[in-house]
Ligand binder design. Structure first.
Ligand SMILES: NC(=O)c1ccc[n+]([C@@H]2O[C@H](COP(=O)([O-])OP(=O)(O)OC[C@H]3O[C@@H](n4cnc5c(N)ncnc54)[C@H](O)[C@@H]3O)[C@@H](O)[C@H]2O)c1
Length: 358
C-alpha cells in the first residue's frame, strides 16, 4: 500500500467533527455525523444564530455546542475534522482556517469559488499534512456506478453527452440568484465530475457558449453548451439550462455514451442504464445495487462520509480527494473562460499541474 499523503488518526474514540453551515444542506451533514458509528457531532457553526438553533432543535440536538464564531468553536472543541457546508464563497476562509490548525476537511462542492483559491487550499492541505476531500455525492449513486460499469464495456469511447434541463426556482439556495455563474460554477461540477467518474478520462480543452435566457430568474448565465476534448480522443458534450420549464431531466441529467462496441444510455437518477451493442457484439448493461430510499438522508452523503472516515483512519485515497477533484473544478472554470473568450481554452492550463500529480 502506498503511504498516506496525510496524517491518519488512530485510537478507539469516534472521530469528532464540526459542521459549518446550517442552511439547506448543513442539517443533512449534521445528521450523517450523528448516524455514522465512527463519528461524533462535536459542534455546529453558522453565522445565522437563529437558523442554527432552529435546525439543531429540528434535528433533536438542541444542546450540542453551537456558535457563530468558527475560531471559538475550533479552539473549544479541537475537532478531528470540519465539514464545510457553507456557500462556495466562504469555502476558502473556512477550509484554510481548519487546515492551518491541523484539522482535516470534508468540503461540499465546489472546492472553492475560484481556481486560484482552490490551488491555495490544496497546497495548504499538503503543507499541513492533512486530508482535504470534496464530497461529490453523485459518484455514490448505484445507478451512476452501473452506467459507469456499462460504459466500460463499450470499448474505446468516441463521445459522451449529458443534457440537463431543470427549472430551479423555489428550492434554490439564496446565494445562487446573485451568483455570477450559477450553472457553470455551482451545478455543472456534478455533471463534469460525473463525466470523469463515468469514463475515467481527463479533461484537456473546452469550447463553451454560456448565456442567460431573457426570462431567467438568475443574475448570471443559466444556460451553457460546452464541448470538452478528453484524453483517449473522447468528446464530452454538455448542454444545460437551469431556467428551463417543461420536460425536466433528472438532477443528474440524461446521458449517452458511444463506443466501438455500441452505445449506452442512462436517464439519470433512479433509472437503470441500457445498452445497445453493435452488429455481432454481445454486451449487457450492469445492474445497479439499489439502496432503499430514505427521505431523511440526502443521497450519497452517507457513502461519502464513510469514504472520508476510512481515508482518515487508514489512508486510502478517497474519490474527491482535493488533488483529483481540482480537475473537475478546472473544467468549470475553463468553460467560463472559454465562454468569455469565445474560443476553446485548455483545461490543463487551469489546473496548474496539481491534478496531474495526484
Ligand atoms: N451535493 C449536493 O447535491 C449539494 C446540494 C445543495 C448544496 N450543496 C453545496 O452545499 C453548500 C451549501 O449549500 P446550501 O444549499 O446549504 O446553502 P444555503 O445558502 O442554504 O446555506 C448556507 C449556510 O451557510 C451559512 N454561512 C454563510 N457564510 C458562513 C460562514 N462564513 N461561516 C458559517 N456559516 C456561514 C449561511 O448562514 C447559511 O445558513 C454549497 O457549497 C452548495 O454548493 C451541495
Amino acid at each position: 500500500m502506498t503511504p498516506a499523503r496525510w496524517q491518519t488518526i488512530t485510537g478507539p474514540e469516534p472521530l469528532r467533527g464540526v459542521v459549518v453551515g446550517a442552511g439547506k444542506l448543513g442539517p443533512f451533514w449534521a445528521l450523517e455525523l450523528l448516524e455514522q458509528p465512527d463519528t461524533e457531532l462535536a459542534g455546529w457553526v453558522d453565522v445565522d444564530a437563529a437558523r442554527l438553533r432552529a435546525k439543531a432543535a429540528e434535528l433533536g440536538v438542541p444542546d450540542i455546542p453551537m456558535g457563530t464564531d468558527l475560531d471559538a468553536m475550533l479552539d473549544a472543541q479541537r475537532p478531528d475534522f470540519v465539514v464545510n457546508v457553507a456557500p462556495p464563497t466562504a469555502h476558502h476562509a473556512i477550509t484554510l482556517n481548519a487546515l492551518g490548525r491541523g484539522i482535516a476537511v470534508l468540503s461540499e462542492k465546489p472546492l472553492a469559488a475560484t481556481l486560484a483559491e482552490a490551488v491555495e487550499m490544496v497546497e495548504a492541505a499538503d503543507a499541513a499534512d492533512r486530508l482535504f476531500m470534496v464530497s461529490q455525492n453523485r459518484r455514490y449513486m448505484p445507478e451512476l456506478i452501473a452506467f459507469r460499469d456499462t460504459v466500460a464495456r463499450l470499448g474505446r469511447l468516441s463521445e459522451l453527452t449529458c443534457d440537463f434541463f431543470i427549472a430551479h426556482r423555489e428550492r434554490a439556495a439564496e446565494f445562487l440568484f446573485a451568483f455570477p455563474q450559477p450553472l457553470l460554477l455551482d451545478m455543472a461540477i456534478h455533471l463534469f465530475d460525473g463525466a470523469r467518474a463515468i469514463t475515467g478520462a481527463d479533461p484537456l480543452s473546452v469550447y463553451c457558449d454560456a448565456y442567460n435566457p431573457p426570462y431567467s430568474w438568475y443574475d448570471g448565465p443559466a444556460s451553457a453548451h460546452a464541448i470538452f476534448r478528453m484524453s483517449g480522443g473522447l468528446r464530452f458534450a454538455f448542454t444545460g439550462n437551469w431556467a428551463a420549464d417543461g420536460f425536466q431531466t433528472s438532477w443528474t441529467g440524461t446521458w449517452r455514451a458511444v463506443g466501438e462496441h455500441g452505445s449506452a444510455i442512462w436517464e439519470g437518477d433512479h433509472e437503470i442504464p441500457h445498452v445497445e451493442p453493435g452488429p455481432g457484439k454481445t454486451i449487457t448493461a450492469a445492474v445497479p445495487i439499489l439502496i432503499p430510499p430514505n427521505e431523511l438522508r440526502f443521497k450519497g452523503l452517507q457513502a461519502s462520509l464513510a469514504e472520508f472516515v476510512s481515508a482518515l483512519r487508514i489512508g486510502t485515497t478517497p474519490q474527491g480527494e482535493a488533488h483529483d477533484n481540482i480537475q473537475s473544478l478546472a473544467m468549470c472554470h475553463a468553460a467560463v473562460a472559454s465562454a468569455e473568450l469565445g474560443a476553446p481554452v485548455p483545461v490543463t492550463a487551469f489546473s496548474t499541474g496539481l491534478g496531474a500529480a495526484a
